[in-house]
Design a protein around this ligand. Structure first.
Ligand code: ZN
Length: 129
């Protein structure tokens, strides 16, 4: 059953979907803004709640919790987001994006470094000759 693979809830209609950033098969909603991504992350199993000073604890959200959240959204009751949780999720998403960009830059630099060294050595050698 496809429901076993569901790990997130559509923040628009409450339908279950496989990943918090994926398109909702029911209403077609895709979270694009940071705020929508953050709220989608909170309504998913990928969200790690910071519960104490020792850092992140694995998410305790179960499929049953997701179904419950989904039903609340579907029925119009809605899900009450914690403002702190939204800010926390937004920071989390931004840190992932920043880290990825930095890693890509570092990998590109390390890959280009030997080429730059060979180029500089060659130029210096030809210049001094
Ligand atoms: Zn939806």
């Amino acid at each position: 059953m496809s429901i076993q693979k569901s790990r997130a809830v559509c923040i628009h209609c409450g339908n279950l979907k496989p990943h918090f950033l994926s398109e909702c098969r029911k209403c077609g909603f895709i979270p694009l803004s940071l705020s929508a991504k953050a709220r989608s992350l909170i309504l998913s199993m990928d969200y790690e709640r910071q519960s104490n000073e020792y850092g992140n604890e694995p998410s305790e959200v179960s499929l049953r919790d997701l179904e419950d959240m989904g039903r609340r959204i579907e029925s119009g009751i809605g899900f009450e987001y914690d403002d702190e949780a939204i800010l926390d999720a937004e920071r989390h998403l931004q840190s992932i994006e920043a880290l990825t960009a930095k890693d890509v830059f570092r990998a590109t630099f390390l890959w280009l470094l030997p080429v730059i060294v060979v180029f500089v050595v060659t130029v210096v050698y030809l210049f001094l000759k």
